[in-house]
Design a protein around this ligand. Structure first.
Ligand code: HEM
Length: 451
């Protein structure tokens, strides 16, 4: 085992555009040169457009917080997701996006977030019940388990349905098929083609997208009927569907809601599953930290007000989000000319913000590649948490589910670590690769023992 947790090998400094594209197709992380871990800004020239990765906290602040309207989401990235997500809040820009956030955000605000806690707890308990050590001690693939658990969280909190529900099961399986046929981060979106180049989807991608959308439409219509009858449960779906836009007084139509449910499911489940799987791997790799977490959570008996006491668990989860940010890169498009670090950024340039590189930047972090959850109490950790840590992005377009995901992460870890112990498997070190989320190339394999 190496001293630091797995980090993809960087590519050589100079490669041809053709080689870069081939590497890129394989994995965005290992397609990048090592110098990006110490650069403040880097330029990529392609035949059709320029793109710039920015790692300077001041520039990130400029793009995400000070002038977000001038740097909307890049259309290129949306292309692969449109058949499934339609006009969901993840893809829209401008006034449409603002209106959607006005309706969605109240459901995720502090006080109302508390209402989702029983659903998250129930999913945590169900996940712990599903875990079963294998009698001969064989390893198990953890991402499949966390993916199941995270899907359960979303269904329970959004529609008050456990993952065992028939429609929930179908949606979960179809989503997997969708991701196999169309990896979520459509690499074609990054690949330097001209904007007019048509994007082709496999017929399998279209078929699964249609199937998922019809299942979600059914759930949404059923919910509308319950709302009309006054018998709807007070979950996220009801909250979002009954919240009028404070400006126009209008609520989402069924088809708008279907777009949003699709992204909640996708953004909320892929990301949390990845974060939880890497956290369990890191805990298996650093058993002293696993014991600290196990000791802390042993006293947790499911009270919302005790969650804030689970500090070690939260610090471990934050550290896992730093080393393996589930969303490794985000792309924006410059709609006006700017000057960044004395370089002219033209209209149409792609701006790449990389939590992956920012979180391991060697001019900003102490021990950037090491696993050290106690860093959050140090001066360096505190200043980096403010300026160089963005697993959920930041500014007005910050992840809608950030607060939710932090509760979910801590609760799920508490539920499984109360009963189980996780151990690494020799010669099965996971290799991080990035699609839309950071996953392990051949899965994350751990041995599970009952405590
Ligand atoms: C550990 C878990 C999660 C991580 C690391 C994460 C990360 C992110 C990031 C980085 C973005 C910004 C993407 C971009 O600008 O290109 C984002 C957006 C979003 N996330 Fe999350 N997310 C997580 C969980 C969730 C959950 C649980 C939900 C919902 C229940 C959710 C809903 C969304 C939505 C709706 C957006 C789009 C926001 C917008 O564009 O206005 N996420 N997430």
């Amino acid at each position: 085992m190496t001293a630091i947790p797995p980090k993809p090998k960087a590519r050589p400094e100079r490669v041809s555009l053709f080689r870069y594209l081939r590497l890129f197709r394989r994995d965005i992380l290992s397609a990048q040169p090592a110098k990006l871990y110490r650069a403040w800004m880097a330029e990529f020239r392609t035949p059709f457009f320029r793109s710039y990765m920015i790692n300077d906290p001041k520039l990130i602040q400029e793009v995400l917080k000070a002038r977000p309207d001038e740097f909307p989401k890049s259309e290129r990235i949306g292309a692969g997701l449109r058949p499934l997500l339609g006009d969901s809040v993840f893809l829209t820009n401008g006034e449409t996006w603002k209106r959607q956030r006005r309706i969605i955000d109240p459901a995720f605000e502090g006080g109302r977030l508390r209402d989702t806690f029983p659903g998250i707890m129930a999913a945590g308990e169900a996940a712990a019940q599903r875990l079963e050590p294998i009698a001969d001690g064989s390893p198990q693939e953890i991402e499949a388990l966390t993916s199941h658990a995270a899907a359960d969280v979303i269904f329970r909190t959004l529609f008050s349905l456990p993952i065992e529900d028939k429609i929930a099961q179908q949606v979960f399986h179809e989503f997997r098929a969708y991701q196999r046929s169309q990896p979520i981060l459509n690499l074609a979106a990054f690949i330097p083609g001209p904007r007019w180049m048509p994007r082709f989807f496999k017929s399998e991608t279209r078929r699964t997208a249609r199937k998922i959308r019809s299942l979600i439409t059914q759930l949404t219509q059923d919910r509308l009927a319950l709302i009309a009858a006054g018998t709807a449960p007070d979950d996220l779906a009801t909250k979002i569907m009954t919240t009028p836009d404070p400006k126009t007084g209008e609520t989402f139509t069924v088809s708008e809601m279907v777009d949003q449910v699709a992204i909640f499911f996708l953004a909320g489940h892929e990301t949390s599953a990845s974060a939880l799987a890497w956290t369990l791997y890191l805990l298996a790799r650093y058993p002293d930290w696993q014991e600290k977490v196990a000791a802390e959570v042993s006293g947790f008996d499911g009270n919302f007000s005790d969650l804030s006491k689970l500090k070690v668990t939260r610090d471990v989860f934050r550290e896992a989000l730093r080393l393996y940010p589930p969303v490794p890169m985000m792309v924006r498009e410059a709609t006006s000319r700017s000057t960044f670090r004395n370089r002219l950024i033209r209209r149409g340039a792609q701006i790449v913000l990389s939590p992956w590189h920012m979180h391991r930047h060697n001019r900003l972090w102490d021990n950037p590649d090491g696993f050290d959850p106690s860093r959050w109490d140090t001066e360096n950790g505190k200043s980096c948490a403010r300026d160089a840590y963005m697993p959920f992005s930041s500014g007005p377009r910050v992840c809608s589910g950030a607060g939710f995901a932090m509760i979910e992460g801590v609760v799920l870890l508490a539920s499984v670590l109360q009963d189980f112990e996780f151990k690494t498997v020799e010669n099965r070190e996971p290799i991080p690769v990035a699609y839309l989320t950071v996953r392990a190339k051949n899965g994350i394999w751990l041995r599970i023992n009952r405590r």
